[in-house]
Ligand binder design. Structure first.
Ligand code: UDP
Length: 331
């Protein structure tokens, strides 16, 4: 048995490959390296560079690795703001890519897929915390592209018996505690790495996008989860499918929300730096608050997140950014 990790050179994918290798599992990685980093992939994993929508390439990967029985799919574009400006890029890469992938998985009779979905599929939630059974009505093309992928998998299950687990993550932050792998996006758009770049003096100040949201301090509230814990959830989901369980969807979050202002405060405490910040206009596509109920993942998958403290999460991110001021280019 072997796991194929699509997008294994990316932020969450690389942490998952690392955890799989740690557990002694056989891992094959496919990544186009458009946004991922070769240096992020654990050396013990077998690596192929290419695009999962290239069916001949994927046929070669499956033919050369007949022991693959499960796929973990991280290989999607994931920036809300970019998706508002370039929706077709998201529907093409994310949604159409899923169709191409399922076709080839079907040809090779591979029936298990664990998929990185997102809290953005819920749109503007009616209540908090969000449950898996709540309505999914995205307010940005990124969330819509992933909801479409979930629906495509549902019908593929119905027709071909391809079993899936959709993991709907909330906001991800932090790095491997030893500082060897972490977050490196170019350009960086996410709150916590930007806050830390300000702390490092790489940016003058933080812009907080909007303070007139319907939240206690007016800034967006998000639920942060560590990639180490996300990696464990993916591995548990592979086990769940290998045991012959039915397709399912799980939220992955910490069940606690922090406002953007609270994140800046926590980062000031961790780094001891001033971190100048100003209020800027809304970015577009941001729901007021997103907080997960993760009870279902805990009960059914047996998921036990270890990083349940935001300062600890920021500390691990700070260790990575401090030791890699230029990301993987420092390796
Ligand atoms: N955000 C911000 N300034 C930035 C980057 C992000 O105020 O420079 C806000 C963003 O509007 C949202 C929150 O931080 O309210 C989290 O955004 P991020 O891009 O990190 O993750 P997303 O929620 O889009 O997945």
């Amino acid at each position: 048995m072997s796991v194929l990790v699509l997008g294994g050179a990316g932020y969450i994918g690389s942490h998952t490959v690392d955890r799989l290798v740690d557990q002694g599992q056989d891992v094959v990685v496919v990544d186009s390296l458009v946004t991922g980093h070769r240096a992020a992939i654990n050396d013990k994993a077998k690596f192929y560079q290419g695009d999962l929508a290239d069916q001949d390439f994927m046929r070669k990967v499956f033919t050369e690795n007949p022991e693959i029985d499960a796929v973990i799919h991280f290989a999607a574009y994931s920036l809300v703001a970019e998706s508002m400006k370039k929706p077709l890029k998201y529907f093409d890469n994310n949604t159409a890519g899923m169709i191409k992938l399922l076709e080839v998985m079907n040809e090779f009779d591979i029936k298990n897929i664990v998929f990185s979905s997102t809290a953005a599929t819920y749109g503007i939630p009616e209540k908090m915390p969000i449950m898996e059974s709540d309505p999914q009505d995205p307010i940005n093309p990124y969330g819509e592209s992933k909801l479409m992928m979930e629906k495509i998998m549902r019908w593929a299950d119905e027709a071909y018996g391809t079993k899936f687990v959709a993991l709907r993550y909330f906001n991800v932050a932090g790095a491997k505690p030893d500082g060897s792998i972490g977050e490196d996006h170019g350009p960086e758009t996410h709150l916590i790495p930007i806050v830390l770049q300000v702390a490092q003096g790489k940016r003058d100040k933080l812009q907080i996008f909007g303070d007139d949201y319907n939240t206690p301090d007016g800034t967006n509230v998000r639920d942060y989860v560590h990639p180490f814990d996300l990696a464990d959830a993916h591995i548990l989901a592979v086990d769940y499918l290998r045991k012959g369980n039915e397709s399912n969807a799980f939220n992955l979050g910490s069940s606690t929300g922090f406002s953007n202002l609270e994140i800046v405060e926590a980062a000031r405490k961790v780094t001891g730096k001033e971190i100048p910040a100003e209020i800027a206009p809304r970015r577009g596509g941001d729901p007021d608050s997103l907080i997960a109920s993760s009870d279902k993942a805990r009960e059914i998958l047996g998921w036990k997140p270890q990083f349940d403290n935001i300062e600890r999460i920021i500390e691990t991110a700070w260790a990575w950014h401090s030791s890699h001021p230029n990301g993987y280019d420092d390796k």
